[in-house]
Design a protein around this ligand. Structure first.
Ligand code: BEZ
Ligand code: FE
Length: 298
């Protein structure tokens, strides 16, 4: 393994992996090496560009902490997250489509009762969400765990506000015996993804805008069903066709109907305009793939 040149380097690295005991690791790493080497050959990568790439990835890692995930943001803005969702959640069934997870989910969000206000005092016009969670045959899914998170009327998630010591605009609820879910939040607005890090520099350098259309995030978990990670987007938003992270799907656009002050769906009197969103989620049954590659429902 001497005198390696630009063509012999790839088989040399692949040969060094030959003893890898994990077949999937071998497959993934070998493909990564092949594609990475082909990429460097294709663009004739200069040493300065190689170093700029190293510095960019270093800065991306340094921007990450418990509340900020710059690598997910990078994956999102380069379309890798949406590609990954597409590869793993093929459209074609009646199930609600999945979309990107994003960097603002926080595990262990506060638990709420149906009908509660999850806004935690966040600014915004009130939003009343009325949803159902069902299986593929229309069967209601009782006691599904529904994790909800959303930005406030200024386009910030609670984790982006250093002054907050408690959660805002996020919570965990459980569907009732009929698979119904209802809660109160605030009307989401379009917002820019964080641009104060390397990803922002990349967007700037490529003349891209950072905006996402208004949406509410949902993660729905129920035994026997595939976990659904998705958003519901607000119809009419100006960024539906240019989402900075490529996450919009037509089937995920909901009507956040704006009402004048008056009686809200929960019977409360609202002194400001308020919004009502009705949306029905459908979960897929868990499919287990056997070692022979055939799939069956478990
Ligand atoms: C979000 O919707 O929270 C999000 C998704 C991807 C990148 C940034 C933000
Ligand atoms: Fe979001």
């Amino acid at each position: 393994m001497r005198n390696i040149n630009e063509n012999t380097i790839t088989p040399a690295v692949l040969a060094s992996l030959a003893g890898c005991p994990d077949p999937r690791l071998l497959e993934v790493l070998s493909a990564l090496v092949r594609h990475m080497h082909d990429f460097a050959r294709e663009v004739r990568l200069t040493e300065a560009e190689w170093m700029a790439g190293i510095e960019f990835l270093t800065a991306t890692g340094q921007k990450c902490d418990g509340k900020r995930q710059e690598f997910i943001l990078l994956s999102d803005t380069l379309g890798l997250s949406t590609l990954n969702v597409a590869l793993n959640h093929a459209k074609g069934s009646q199930a609600t489509e999945a979309t990107v997870f994003g960097p603002f989910h926080v595990p262990g969000a506060p638990e709420f009762e149906l009908g509660d206000d999850i806004s935690g005092g966040a600014a915004g016009e009130p939003l009343f969400v009325q949803a159902t969670v069902r299986g593929p045959k229309g069967e209601p899914i009782a006691n599904a765990k529904v994790d909800v998170w959303q930005a406030d009327a200024e386009g910030f998630y609670d984790v982006q506000r250093a002054e907050l010591s408690a959660a805002q605009g996020r919570g965990v609820l459980r569907t009732d015996a009929s698979g119904r879910l209802w809660f109160r939040g605030v009307m989401p607005v379009a917002y820019p993804i964080p641009t104060d890090g390397p990803v922002g520099r990349m967007l700037n350098a490529t003349a891209r805008h950072p905006w996402r259309p208004a949406h509410v995030h949902f993660m729905i978990v129920a035994p026997g069903y595939e976990t659904l990670i998705t958003h519901v987007f607000s119809d009419g938003d100006r960024y539906l066709d240019s989402d900075a992270v490529f996450g919009v799907r037509s089937s995920l656009i909901g009507d956040f109907v704006r009402h004048p002050p008056g009686k809200a769906p929960d019977g409360s009197e609202q002194s400001t305009h308020f919004h009502v969103l009705d949306f029905d989620f459908v979960l897929e049954l868990v499919v287990q793939t056997s070692r022979q590659g055939d799939a069956r429902i478990i």
